[in-house]
Structures are given as C-alpha cells and as structure tokens.
Write a protein that binds this ligand. Structure first.
Ligand SMILES: [Zn+2]
Length: 336
C-alpha cells in the first residue's frame, strides 16, 4: 500500500496523484454535499460517523442508496443560496486535489421540490467557481421526471445559455419515455454536452439506447458494456467517452470487487475512460482516491494513469491552449 505520511495519513503515491492535474466529469452536486454541512445544520439528526460513511460499507441495492441520498440532500438543498454555499466548499476540495475542470450535474427535479428557479440554480453553482477551476453545469433528468410542472421547463432546456449539458440519471431500469429523444436532439443542436447514465444497473441494451436514441456522447458509467464485445468495439471506434466511477460501482455492488472492475479492459481496448467520484457524500471518496484505486487495486501503471488524466482534458469543453498546458504538465510530472 506504500509508505504512509505520518502527518496526513496519505501515502507517497496518493500525494503524487493528488498533485497531478485532473478533471472530474461525473459528479452529482447533490451527492457531493459535504457531510460536515449537514453536521453544522443538525448534529443530532446527522451523527458524526453514520454506518454508510464507514470504511467497507456497501449498499444493498440502488434504492437503498437513492433513498439515503435523497433524505440527506433535501435536508440541505432548499434554495439557490444553499447550492452556492455547498459548491464553494466542494470546489475548494477539488482545487486542493488539483482538479482543473469539472462537469457537475444539478438534479433538476429540485426545481419542483423547492419551487426554486432553474436559471438561478445554475447561476448559484457557476458563480461559486474559484479561478483555478472551470465549471460546466449539466441538467440531470430522470426517466420518469417529465411531470406537469417540469414538462415546460424540460422542453426549454436547449434555450438556457448558461446550461452546458444534460444527463439522464436515477433508476436506469425504467423505460425511456417519448418526451426524451426530442429534448436530447434539441440540446445537441444547441451544442450542449449530451450525457446519459447507462450500463450501471442496466445491461448493454441501455447503452445502445443512450447512443442510438438519445445520441449520448458521454456515457455515465457504462460498466456493463463488457457483456457485449461488439459494443465495446463500437465505443472505442466511435470515441464514446465513459465517465467511470469504480469506487461507486464497488459500493453499489455493480461489480463484485473493484479488482474485477472492467475499466482496465476498456482502457486496453481503446475506449476513452475517465475516473470520477459520482456521489462522495455516500461513498466518502475523492478523485485522488479513484486514481489511487486504479494503481493499487487494478494495477494501472503511472503512464496509464497519465492517459486516464489526459483523457479528461482532451475531451473537456475548455480552451485548447489551457488543455494543452494541462496535458504537458501531466507528462512532465510523470517523467520526473
Ligand atoms: Zn452518477
């Protein structure tokens, strides 16, 4: 496991990976809520070390995880001001790990839950970004989220200038409804980033659906693609990006153990993969932890880690010169 630093409790490897320029492109802002904010709000209701935040905890199933996440998130996220306050804290934590580029999603159903204005929510997140971090905001929808209140809002997402992309998340086993393909098509025409959660709990069919029916360019997870080798070939050939979250997949029992995670197989097959945290409120992970896990539990070499980090920048919606600077920095750090 490498030598531990007595002062920080972190290993030399972790220090090195923490210093590497990185991206985070699969982060739900509700699932990123710093637990200490809930502690400050209500220490009786939110004890110091709840079972789900203890090392080795694994969720029985997606519904247990989702229920717990929603219970915690709704206690905090009641207004745009609360989003702003949480984002300040989350972004600081990312900057400390040298994360330079972030794509984070807002669960848009919060508009209906809280009566907040969607544009104000997006602004609250973006205006919390420090100079060191470029933040792109993704509007996340659920397959059953097209309610009477949300329908006109969802149908207008392509006109929201400050919104950078859209994502489909939540219960993957639900059927895709007819409202969704036109929403993704209009957002594509408006130049937005198109994401879909697929291949986490659903099999390859859900990934084909994300590609062919919604035109997703970035698949969130895609873990189960290996069940169809032709699909893996296609992902590589078409340059589809898998924003993967190995620790999340282990904690939610999508994989038996992290050692069996297919990210290594996909990387070797030429699929563009990135490593991300998903919902650190529930998984108590950092981007650095994800990179450490790739090395210590999946046998990635530092050169391979560099490729994963560079994938993040190559496909980031950021200034080309800035991307190149980050990629060069990764190369020079790994050759030291
Ligand atoms: Zn996710």
């Amino acid at each position: 496991m490498g030598s531990k630093n007595a002062a920080t409790g972190e290993s030399a490897l972790a220090d090195r990976l923490k210093a590497l320029p990185k991206t985070e492109t699969h982060l739900h802002i509700e699932g990123a809520l710093p637990y200490e904010l809930l502690r400050e709000l209500d220490p009786d209701r939110f004890p110091e070390n709840p079972p789900f935040r203890q090392p080795g905890y694994r969720f029985e199933n997606f519904v247990e995880f989702e229920t717990l996440l929603v219970d915690h998130a709704v206690a905090w996220y009641t207004s745009p001001e609360r989003y702003h306050q949480a984002c300040k804290r989350v972004f600081q934590g990312l900057v400390e790990q040298n994360v330079r580029y972030l794509e984070t999603s807002i669960h848009l159903a919060i508009i209906e839950f809280t009566g907040s204005d969607g544009h104000e929510l997006v602004h609250a997140v973006k205006s919390a970004a420090p100079d060191e971090l470029e933040v792109r905001v993704i509007g996340a929808l659920t397959r059953d989220g097209y309610t009477e209140v949300m329908a006109p809002i969802i149908d207008s997402l392509h006109t929201w200038d400050e919104l950078d992309g859209i994502d489909m998340h939540g219960q993957e086993w639900l059927d895709l409804e007819d409202w969704a393909p036109p929403v993704w098509r209009r957002c594509k025409e408006a130049g937005k980033i198109l994401k879909v959660h697929a291949g986490e709990f659903g099999g390859p069919k859900k990934i084909y659906e994300a590609l062919d029916t919604l035109g997703a360019e970035r698949i969130q997870h895609g873990t189960r693609a290996f069940e169809d080798p032709r699909l893996v070939e296609r992902l590589a050939k078409e340059g589809v990006i898998l924003d993967m979250c190995p620790i999340s997949n282990e904690k939610l029992k999508v994989v038996d153990t992290l050692e069996k995670h297919p990210i290594r197989e996909y990387h070797e097959a030429g699929v563009v993969c990135t490593a991300n945290t998903d919902d650190p409120l529930c998984f108590v992970n950092t981007v650095t932890d994800e990179f450490v896990a790739l090395v210590e539990r999946l046998g990635f070499s530092l050169a391979e880690i560099g490729e994963i980090a560079k994938n993040g920048f190559r496909h980031a919606r950021m200034d080309t010169a800035e991307k190149e600077r980050c990629i060069k920095e990764i190369d020079s750090m790994l050759h030291e």
